[in-house]
Write a protein that binds this ligand. Structure first.
Ligand SMILES: Nc1ncnc2c1ncn2[C@@H]1O[C@H](COP(=O)(O)OP(=O)(O)OP(=O)(O)O)[C@@H](O)[C@H]1O
Ligand SMILES: [Mg+2]
Length: 303
């Protein structure tokens, strides 16, 4: 077995008249925490559906730990736990049955399935609802069940399509800690989210998808370094009447008593010296670096 968890080559998925996924290629290494980001309709779920065999695709090749998702579907699928974006429960089953039946698909003996189901229900705070029908669950509880179900066969890869959509703050934080731990213990995680802050917190590498194409794919830290811009806001005691010559060379704007520089923060000393040379009194300094969200918004806007 190689150390590539998921390999996608030249994936194309069209719906009538829509190019949902337009020739994308990338690999996800075993043990990675991978963020798959993009605006609505970018093609994220279509890609996940192709990886997990939920939908067929027009061309390309996908392998999961070396197994082809079409030719060797069962094996490829057995490596993956999927928490889909849309709820897809059998409405006639109760919470515990959903977990136990899912576990059974993988040929795991029923006693073990029941034991695991109970553990997972406790872990995700749905044990009290074990006999409840799906219809009796709130949206957030359904989301918990979806994630528990994805984990029931202890998959090597966990694919989460919007796992924190509609969940409360407490669960979101719990999930973050849980996923971080799971990843540390070796599970490869493929995460799709609209909370870019979540990807910034959790992921090692991110891919930004837009209109079915990859805009960027890189190590998160490298990506942030490449695209980050800092904003250095310097509050002055008095409003500037004229702009000193040695300041004009920077990218700046004036906002009341504030001089705001759009320059890398490594330039802070140089900028401060330029101001001091003019005997301008500084009251406060505030540096803000762009977040992954700022970078994402900019990229998609221009993409
Ligand atoms: N079953 C389908 N039939 C026709 N078009 C579809 C179907 N599923 C998706 N599409 C279209 O394919 C494109 C990609 O959709 P997809 O669901 O993959 O996007 P997404 O990135 O997951 O978006 P979101 O963030 O809204 O979940 C969109 O234009 C969508 O309308
Ligand atoms: Mg989607």
């Amino acid at each position: 077995m190689n150390n590539i968890a998921i390999s996608i080559k030249n994936l194309v998925k069209n719906y009538d008249g829509t190019e949902a996924v337009n020739n994308i290629s990338f690999d996800i290494k075993q043990g990675e925490f991978f963020g798959f980001l993009g605006p609505n309709g970018a093609g994220k779920t279509s890609t996940i559906n192709a990886i997990t065999g939920i939908a067929n695709f027009n061309s390309g090749k996908i392998e999961v730990f070396g197994s082809d998702v079409v030719k060797d579907y069962r094996k490829a699928r057995s490596y993956i736990g999927l928490s889909p974006q849309e709820f897809n429960f059998d409405p006639f089953l109760n919470v515990q049955q959903i977990l136990v039946y899912q576990c059974g698909y993988y040929g795991i003996p029923k006693a073990i399935c029941t034991k695991r189901a109970k553990e997972l229900m406790k872990l995700f705070g749905i044990y009290e609802k074990r006999n409840a029908s799906i219809r009796a669950l709130s949206g957030g509880l359904k989301r918990r069940l979806t994630i528990a179900r994805a984990l029931i066969h202890k998959p090597k890869i966990l694919i989460l399509d919007e796992p924190t959509a509609g969940v409360d703050v407490e669960l979101r934080h719990y999930l973050w800690d849980f996923l971080k731990k799971l990843n540390k213990e070796g599970t490869t995680i493929f995460l799709t989210t609209h909370y870019i802050e979540e990807a910034e917190k959790l992921c090692d590498r991110v891919c930004i998808l837009h209109k079915g194409k990859i805009l960027e794919i890189d190590d998160k830290k490298k990506l942030m370094k490449r695209f980050a811009k800092s904003q250095i806001a310097i509050e002055l005691k008095d409003k500037l009447k004229t702009i000193p010559k040695n300041i004009k060379k920077y990218n700046y704007k004036i906002d009341g008593n504030n001089l705001i520089f759009f320059e890398d923060k490594t330039k802070i000393n140089e900028i401060l010296n330029s101001i001091k040379k003019n005997e301008i009194e500084i009251v406060d300094i505030n540096i803000e670096s762009s977040s992954l969200e700022d970078i994402f918004i900019n990229m998609v806007k221009n993409g």
